[in-house]
Design a protein around this ligand. Structure first.
Ligand SMILES: [Fe+2]
Length: 247
């Protein structure tokens, strides 16, 4: 066996070093390929999720429009209330960008009215006790209609609780204060803003400033004072802009 010379050792070390470097480069290239594959999968998944979200939104809007089509006077009430509600929900710290479920609930809040006959829903005179109790069932009927539609998630809580009142005198469950889901407390304010500010064939809608005063008067009774506080940070001009975008 020939002795190991200094020259051989340097040469073999160099060869081993080069081999190690080649292996390291190969591993790096492999890792880069994995990273690129993962990025591609992630991109595809995100595109699929966005597509799914668009499909859900289109379905919800179709259903909402079908409900609204019965009432020629309210126009795009659900779209406007949803726009006001989303603006207010953001100010109240609700994570509406991450999940569309709250917006779904805003759009479908009155879906249960499909079960209320036209003769009662559009009656010009005052309702009898029996008729009124039928109208008051619409949040429960709406919840029943949407019961198995899982993608609506907490949006279904808006449908059920949008007529609850902060002081506990609302319906259908008479929930009080924080027991009412926040999205439903937000919606109640948005809903109260729409009716008086919308033009009807028999009268022009009032200004947002007038409607705001009226809503403010019901802080702590009908509405959550914290939601009213957030509501006051949104200008009349902003609401007018949202209204114009949903006419
Ligand atoms: Fe309602």
């Amino acid at each position: 066996m020939s002795p190991i010379t200094g020259k051989d050792t340097v040469a073999s070390l160099q060869a081993r070093l080069e081999q190690t470097e080649r292996q390291a480069h190969a591993r790096q290239r492999q890792l880069e390929r994995y990273a690129a594959d993962l990025r591609e999968v992630f991109k595809q998944e995100r595109a699929r999720a966005q597509e799914l979200r668009r499909s859900y939104m289109a379905t919800v809007r179709a259903l909402s429009n079908a409900v609204e089509a019965r009432d020629a006077y309210t126009g795009k009430h659900a779209e406007r209330v949803a726009a006001y509600g989303m603006e207010l929900a953001r100010c109240c710290g609700l994570a509406v960008e991450d999940s569309p479920q709250i917006e779904f609930g805003f759009l479908l809040h009155d879906v249960g009215k499909v079960a209320v006959p036209d003769a009662i829903l559009f009656k010009s005179g005052s309702l009898t006790e029996e008729e009124y109790s039928l109208v008051r069932r619409h949040p429960v009927i709406g919840t029943e209609i949407l019961r198995d539609v899982d993608f609506l998630g907490e949006g279904k809580l808006v449908v059920r609780h949008h007529h609850e009142r902060w002081d506990g005198t609302g319906y259908p469950d008479g929930l009080k204060g924080d027991d009412i889901p926040l999205a439903a407390r937000v919606f109640a304010v948005a809903d109260a803003l729409d009716a008086p500010t919308t033009d009807r064939p028999y009268r022009r809608g009032t200004r947002f400033s007038r409607a705001r005063e009226e809503i403010r008067n019901h802080s702590g009774t009908q509405f959550d004072p914290d939601v009213i506080h957030a509501f006051e940070t949104i200008s009349d001009e902003r609401f007018a802009e949202l209204q114009a975008g949903n006419e």
